[in-house]
Design a binder for this molecule. Structure first.
Ligand code: ZN
Length: 166
C-alpha cells in the first residue's frame, strides 16, 4: 500500500484504541496494532497498482505518485497532532527494513556475496508470508493501472471512517 493508506489506517487505529481503552492500554494497543497493520496492508497491496520498481518513464506512474505522495505529506501534517505516535508505529517496519536492516544486509553482501541474511530477518517477510498463505487467492493488480481504483476506494473508506470520529 501507499504510505497514505498506512497512515490513515494508523489514525483510525489510534482513534479506536483511544475511544475504547484507558491509558496506558490505549497507547500500547495503538503502537502494537498500527505496527502489525503495516504487514496486513502490505500483504493486500497486490490488489493495488504498486510496482516494486520506479517506472520513471511512465507518465501515469509519475502523475499517480506525485498525487499520492502529496496527499500523504498533507495527511501527515494535518494529523501530526495528535496522531504522530500511530503514524510512527505504522511506518516502523519500513523504517527498520529500509534504513537499518537493508544497509546491514548490503554490508554483509559486500563481504560475502552469498549471504542470505536478509531473507531471514527483513520485517517484510511477515507481509510476504501473509500474502502467500492467506491472501494467495486475491487477484494480482500490481502492474495493472486500474489497481489505483482499489487504492482510492480503500483511502475513501478509511477517510470516511475517520470523519465519523473526528
Ligand atoms: Zn512496507
Amino acid at each position: 500500500m501507499e504510505s497514505i493508506t498506512h497512515n490513515l489506517t494508523a489514525i483510525l487505529i489510534q482513534i479506536l484504541c483511544f475511544s475504547y481503552f484507558l491509558y496506558p492500554i490505549n497507547v500500547i494497543f495503538t503502537i502494537v496494532f498500527a505496527f502489525f497493520s503495516h504487514f496486513l496492508s502490505d500483504a493486500l497491496s497486490k490488489l493495488t497498482y504498486h510496482t516494486p520498481e520506479a517506472m520513471k518513464k511512465d507518465k501515469f506512474w509519475i502523475i499517480w505518485h506525485v498525487i499520492i505522495y502529496s496527499a500523504s505529506i498533507a495527511i501527515v501534517i494535518i494529523f501530526f497532532i495528535p496522531f504522530w505516535l500511530a503514524m510512527l508505529a505504522v511506518n516502523l517496519p519500513d523504517i527498520i527494513d529500509w534504513f537499518i536492516l537493508r544497509p546491514i544486509q548490503n554490508r554483509k553482501k559486500r563481504k560475502n556475496p552469498g549471504s542470505e541474511w536478509n531473507k531471514k530477518y527483513l520485517f517484510h517477510k511477515i507481509a510476504d508470508w501473509i500474502r502467500n498463505n492467506i491472501f494467495f487467492w486475491l487477484p494480482d493488480f500490481t502492474y495493472k493501472k486500474y489497481g489505483v481504483i482499489n487504492e482510492l476506494i480503500i483511502i475513501g473508506v478509511l477517510s470516511f471512517l475517520i470523519c465519523l470520529y473526528v
